[in-house]
Design a protein. Structure first.
Length: 412
């Protein structure tokens, strides 16, 4: 069902943007479907920050160059792996997707499309762009490169921001200053992604408690398969089952051939949480040598709980993905704030995905991306005469891999 309040807020936002553009139209320039509003405001703040601690900024700049070159190589490897896996492996994971805004609070996943809830996307992109472009500006000032202008813009309704350093003076500063300036944006985005991880882990333990035990399959011929047991096990014979240890403790108190009641937590066809009750008669567990153990067994494989999930997926993703969310319950007294908590934690998820993803894409060796400009400096240093041609060739190969990563997994 469409959330009319959410959709209404999106419409109000778009109307407000249109009004702002209309009022300020004399100061706005248009380039194709992008509108830009240049200004001198903010230059003094960037100058004050960028002029302080020059050694600290230089250290961060050098670290950023190293990190972003590694990210660039990883990005190419990732694209190549997606394409090769799609060709070689049956039932391979899908390829790249276009990230688009969804006018609803729900994530929409279609072939080649990953639609993020509108406000999550707007907030995430807004922070990403401010951090990315601001870092370019700070590093340019540290390298004594004047800022010609800065400002904001729109790609349809998607927010943009930009900092425009004097490119001619930047080129005269030499290779290392250019590398530090080009790397600063993506490096800052990687830092934001790392901070999101650090915030997310304590939130997991502070706000949520593991709730229920899942499983990935059945053993044929045993009770769980016969009754089609589904969902997360939350109670057995009235005793709470919050994690793997609870399940083991309860099962040790049950005998083979005993009828038990299991309550599970699951989703119905409308993705609403429901509780289901199953009555089954336990079997007897057989050890690896085929001998009876005298212990009760219901026949489920791949048992996992919230602790297992938390080892493989960073915490904010638990709450953006309803299937992960099922493994946890809000701590007592927090239920009244559940909508705010889940919005914030979902936002953390998309902040991580977008900052890491955009930072990685920007470092791919394609001109005019920052990664392409950095590799061009390296290639021209290694081969002054052929560096430009090498850059063009590498750019074309990487662009081909991007297109293939979108198309090949969906065709095979």
């Amino acid at each position: 069902m469409v959330d009319l309040l959410y959709v209404g807020s999106v419409v109000v936002f778009i109307i407000a943007l249109a009004v702002i553009v209309l009022i300020d139209r004399k100061n706005i320039t248009r380039e194709s479907i992008i509108i830009l509003r240049k200004t001198q405001r903010g230059k003094n703040l960037l100058f004050k920050i960028g002029s302080k601690f020059p050694r600290g900024w230089k250290f961060l700049g050098m670290l950023g160059v190293f990190v972003t070159f590694v990210a660039s190589v990883f990005g190419v490897y990732f694209l190549l792996n997606v394409v090769v896996t799609a060709i070689v492996v049956e039932e391979a994971v899908g390829g790249l997707s276009f990230v688009l805004p969804s006018p609803t609070p729900d994530v929409v996943i279609l072939p080649g499309v990953f639609a993020i809830p509108f406000w999550h996307l707007i907030i995430s992109l807004g922070l990403l762009i401010v951090v990315h472009e601001g870092s370019h500006g700070l590093m340019a000032i540290r390298e004594k490169v004047p800022i010609k202008s800065l400002g904001w813009g729109l790609l349809l309704v998607i927010p943009l921001a930009f900092v425009e350093p004097n490119e001619k003076i930047l080129q005269k500063r030499g290779n290392w200053p250019q590398l530090r300036v080009f790397a600063a944006g993506s490096f800052a985005n990687f830092i934001v992604a790392g901070v999101v991880l650090l915030i997310s882990f304590p939130l997991l333990s502070g706000l949520f408690t593991a709730s229920g035990v899942g499983f990935v399959g059945y053993d044929e011929g045993f009770p769980a398969k016969e009754v089609n047991l589904t969902g997360l096990i939350v109670k057995i014979n009235g005793q709470d089952v919050m994690n793997r240890d609870d399940l083991q403790s309860v099962m040790e108190s049950i005998s083979p051939n005993q009828t038990i009641e299991i309550i599970t937590k699951d989703y119905d066809e409308e993705r609403k949480v429901v509780f289901r009750t199953y009555n089954l008669t336990t079997a007897e567990r057989i050890d690896d040598e085929g001998k009876p153990t005298g212990k009760a067994y219901i026949g489920i494989r791949g048992v996992l709980d919230g602790n297992d999930i938390s080892r493989f997926v960073f915490p904010a993703a638990f709450f953006a993905n309803p299937d992960f969310r099922m493994f946890f319950s809000l701590n007592e007294g927090l239920e009244a704030y559940s909508s705010v908590i889940f919005f914030f934690l979902s936002l953390l998820t998309f902040l991580f995905i977008i900052n890491f993803g955009v930072g990685l894409v920007n470092m791919l060796p394609i001109k005019p991306l920052d990664g392409g400009r950095m590799w061009e400096i390296v290639f021209k240093r290694l081969s002054p005469e052929r560096g430009g041609d090498i850059t063009k060739t590498v750019s074309l190969i990487t662009l081909f891999l991007i297109i293939a990563a979108f198309i090949v997994p969906n065709l095979i």
